[in-house]
Design a protein around this ligand. Structure first.
Ligand SMILES: Nc1ncnc2c1ncn2[C@@H]1O[C@H](COP(=O)(O)OP(=O)(O)OP(=O)(O)O)[C@@H](O)[C@H]1O
Ligand SMILES: [Mg+2]
Length: 577
């Protein structure tokens, strides 16, 4: 019913202990409240002196006040704690997204991660708020009341004990039905959020193809699907709440009938009978509360589970296995039989037994046909993807299981196929790896990236806003911002590039080539490309086919071998590049 991982969250044990303490106190106050009320009623029925009536009445009100003050205290404490716990969860989630990177985003979908980090957090907080308190109430209050009722009247105790398993059984059956519906609803919600984000991203393309109107039907259908499953979940939830209320009311009525018969037959006196009757609704109340809110928070439960699932990904993997080194001319990376498989891949291996070495400030090209595994290899080198098994990798003779190591990632700049500009100024984007850079350093980097002319033409210069809601930037300009970013941090001696020019026209690419070549000096460069003219700039080439490095060597050696490389070059010549 409740995910065990919830109990492992930091701070939750303290929360449980504190709430449990307050709840035990509250259970005793409920007992006092019922005793004083019964005492006052019985004494007035028996026409006892006035002070034996109003003193218990007064005490009843005092207990009533204490009881509700305790509830208030519990709520206050719970709210503060729940907020603290979800704040912690939110930062762990963001950390997790950063450390697991594209692997997780690919698996879970960006839309899903966005909703988990935003709405999902509120739902999870709501879940802690509602469920934790009700669960503790349900575990403690009925038990304390029952023990007391047994002491007062064994028969009432037995009746109440028998009724509870029936109610719990009923709750479980309805709970499963509702859970099933809620799971389906949550799955639809995930589809909806991913679908929405994808559609939003694809909107320019859809408009261009004149399909945006047609696509709106598609969006309508997905959201209609979600609406329908929400309504059906609500139907089960409301029905089960109603049924549960009905059953508990009936149970109290059954007890009242037994007590009434007992009173008529003289087998029970008025005081214990009244006490049992007053305590009976209190006895069922936590159960009802729990199951009512249980249905109401199924969404929160799913959000929490999703969150805990994400947080439990690769918990044991350490990213701290490489000492803090710097990349020098004599540095090396040795990779032996690297294997990698995407989790949903149909191929037996997406990267098969890749063995290669990277030395000093070499320029290493990765070439291969589309889908051969160039991006996968670059992503493995960047540590954005990691194999499940530890691999045979050495950086300067230090063994590491994968490249997702803090001190490795600190050493390289990465220029992706589609440069992504973060929302902010051009300067923010350039200083991404090195926020503390001086103006002078930024200017040097801009010049080196041939970006100065473009920036001078802007009214706000470096302070021009780009990215979401900012100025549009062309692919070539964005590419140059990426290069300036790589040039700025001269401490990063490795540059990983994944077809950075694939979407540029030939003229822009040639103009950029000079910039790139300048940036490449005194750097280790790993450059995935299918544009042949880059081959002349490379010292060493890895030729990839179907996830295997089938040939490697200097361009001269490869040409001499007349193997797959030559075949590939010939077939690519059709590209005119
Ligand atoms: N996220 C993913 N999940 C499952 N399979 C994937 C994923 N990304 C890529 N693949 C598969 O892995 C193989 C290698 O893909 P990769 O993107 O590395 O090729 P590439 O050489 O970079 O191709 P291109 O030149 O088109 O960019 C392909 O068969 C592809 O379908
Ligand atoms: Mg690729």
């Amino acid at each position: 019913m409740i995910d065990k991982r919830l109990f492992r969250l930091p701070g939750i044990k303290q929360l449980f202990t504190m709430l449990a303490g307050l709840t035990v106190l509250q259970a005793f106050v409920i007992l006092l409240q019922a005793t004083f009320l019964s005492r006052a009623l019985v004494n007035s029925w028996e026409q006892k002196p006035l002070n034996t009536i109003y003193i218990p009445t007064l005490l009843f009100f005092v207990s009533f006040l204490i009881r509700h003050t305790l509830t208030l205290l519990k709520h206050r404490y719970l709210h503060t704690k729940a907020q603290q716990i979800t704040d912690d969860l939110r930062s762990s989630l963001l950390d997790k997204i950063y450390t697991t990177g594209p692997k997780m985003i690919g698996k879970r979908g960006t839309g899903n991660l966005v909703t988990t980090a935003l709405d999902g957090m509120d739902e999870a907080e709501n879940y802690i708020n509602l469920v934790v308190e009700k669960m503790i109430n349900m575990m403690i209050i009925p038990l304390v009341l029952l023990v007391y009722i047994y002491f007062q009247d064994v028969k009432s105790g037995i009746t109440l004990t028998i009724l509870v398993p029936l109610i719990i059984l009923f709750m479980i059956i309805l709970g499963y039905a509702a859970q099933d519906k809620a799971n389906r609803q949550y799955a639809k919600y995930t589809i909806l959020s991913n679908h929405f984000l994808d559609s939003l991203r694809g909107l320019p393309t859809l408009k261009m193809l004149g399909l945006s109107e047609k696509y709106s039907d598609n969006i309508y259908k997905t959201s209609e699907d979600y609406r329908r499953s929400t309504i059906s979940t609500l139907r089960v939830a409301i029905l089960s709440t109603f049924a549960l209320d009905w059953i508990t009311t009936l149970s109290i009525a059954i007890l009242a009938v037994f007590l009434g018969l007992g009173l008529i037959n003289g087998t029970i006196t008025l005081y214990p009978a009244l006490l049992a009757l007053i305590l009976a609704p209190e006895y069922f109340l936590p159960l009802r509360d729990f199951s009512n809110d249980y249905h109401a928070t199924l969404d929160g439960k799913n959000a929490m589970n999703n969150l805990l699932d994400i947080l439990s990904i690769e918990e044991n993997e350490s990213n701290d296995l490489l000492p803090d080194i710097s990349w020098e001319i004599n540095s090396t990376v040795k990779v032996q039989n690297l294997n990698f498989n995407y989790s949903d891949s149909h191929a037996d291996a997406d990267i098969k037994n890749a063995s290669f070495e990277l030395h000093g400030f070499d320029k290493v090209g990765i070439i291969g046909a589309s889908g051969s595994g160039k991006t996968t290899l670059i992503n493995l080198l960047g540590g954005f993807l990691t194999a499940d098994e530890p691999q045979d990798i050495q950086v300067n003779d230090h063994d590491i299981p994968n490249f997702a190591q803090k001190n490795w990632q600190k050493m390289f700049s990465y220029i992706p196929q589609n440069p992504y500009l973060f929302s902010g100024t051009i300067k923010d984007n350039i200083c991404f790896y090195k926020p503390e850079a001086t103006d002078e350093e930024v200017q040097t980097a801009i010049k080196a990236a041939n970006l100065d002319e473009f920036i001078d033409s802007l009214n706000d210069g470096l302070e021009t806003k780009v990215g979401e809601g900012g100025r549009g930037i062309s692919g070539g300009q964005a590419q140059r911002i990426m290069i300036a970013r790589a040039m700025l941090d001269q401490d990063r001696k490795i540059i990983l590039l994944d077809e950075p020019t694939a979407h540029l026209d030939i003229e822009t690419e040639y103009r950029l080539k000079e910039t790139f070549n300048k940036a490449f000096v005194d750097h280790l460069v790993v450059f995935a490309t299918h544009r042949l003219h880059w081959i002349n700039e490379m010292d060493y080439i890895l030729v990839v086919k179907d996830g295997e490095i089938i040939e490697q060597g200097t361009p001269k050696e490869l040409t001499k071998n007349k193997g797959y490389f030559v075949e590939l070059v010939e077939s690519m010549r059709g590209d005119k590049l």
